[in-house]
Write a protein that binds this ligand. Sequence first.
Ligand SMILES: Nc1ncnc2c1ncn2[C@@H]1O[C@H](COP(=O)(O)OP(=O)(O)OP(=O)(O)O)[C@@H](O)[C@H]1O
Ligand SMILES: [Mg+2]
Length: 432
Amino acid sequence: MKSPAATRTKKPRAGKSLAGLEKEKKKLNEYIRDKVNQLLTVMGTKALDEHELDESDFLQLDPIGIIALSFEQVLEHLKETNKSLGVAKNQLQAVFDTAGVCISIVDSDMRIVNCNEKQKELLVSDRDEIIGHHCYEVYCGKESPSLDCPAIETLATGRPVLVREVKKKSRHFQIVTSALKDKAGNITGVIEVSMDVTEKKKAEEAMRQAEKLSAIGLLAAGVAHELNNPLGNILGYALLALKDPALQADQREKLEIIVEQAKKGSEIVKGLLNFSRQSQPLFEEISIEDVIRKALKNLSSRLLAQSVEVTLDIGDMPRVMADPKQMEIVLMNLLINSMQALEGRPDGLIKIAAGKKDGFLEVSIKDNGPGIPKELLPDIFDPFCTTKPVGQGVGLGLSICSGIIKKHNGSISAGSAEGAVFAFAIPLERKN
Ligand SMILES: Nc1ncnc2c1ncn2[C@@H]1O[C@H](COP(=O)(O)OP(=O)(O)OP(=O)(O)O)[C@@H](O)[C@H]1O
Ligand SMILES: [Mg+2]
């Protein structure tokens, strides 16, 4: 078909019949209708009705005007569509950002295309640029993806992958990856959804720990009970034998070793019994300062012999409801541990501080010993966790402390920086 311009510039030849002119006009009319309708179809607008461009009107109508009008309509329509798309995008972004899970969209090269606020909060540390960077660099701190990365498997197979537990930036996550596909079904990227399960894991761990403790407690009680009598007999007979005036020096020395070892054994049994007794605290109003001073008095001769300096930093402390005997056991255990860690050091120092914090009374004991090895920290409150040689520790002290503090509805923690630091907190007000 000829273009309208070409048709328009073509003058009717002299002598051209009226019928010929009519035919030409009709063709031109159809051409314009077709083109306008094509344009409108491309732009997704309704085609022109007959009356909007009928043959009789054609001469009075301005075809360019019609197209311009159609453009105007199309533009109006686009504006409306854009506006609703904008609203939908904002709603989607709000859902994306407020979801309780971390969401990330990565392309087929594993570069981050988008991620939500939760993802940034939990998995991005101190960086402005995220978009366009590889997800394994930003979220996992690695230079290349690890072999078990679920996103890689999804990119390769197109199948969703669930990873039950992954540790990232000291938190635990459950991850699901699913493929992003284009219209043709090609994989163009991956959506990674990670759920923070750290608290759930902690609760499960606490439950396991409680079960383990109660089982060990039963066992310890049984063993301690069985050992108590024979140990008592050994000690009793050895002491009796020591009373014999006819004893030779070397015999006396051997008997004294038996007495000493039997006493050590009794100490261990006492520890086991303390641990297994699971006795409920007998609450009364106490001054934590009095308890700290009593524990220090009990240990004063050992502290002096070891030349360990002790500093006390206790503010104006209210009295609290606690079991004084159990609190003393906690303090004694922590102080003895510090003293053991300071053995052989001429400049041994133990700093004790107590204060109020967020409705709790907090006591910390810090020493300048060698500190606690990093790998020991997660298990340090477990029963029988010890680094001490046989005869010097059985690894029950801290688990007893932890049990007592928990029964006081408090918490206890261990840390290591230029020595060891232990801190426990119990509520200032006791709820019934
Ligand atoms: N102040 C500290 N400095 C360095 N390591 C410590 C300190 N306190 C505890 N530890 C470490 O924690 C371990 C567990 O302590 P815990 O008091 O439970 O048992 P223990 O002292 O070994 O034995 P027990 O207390 O039963 O005599 C210790 O063996 C030691 O390795
Ligand atoms: Mg100890």
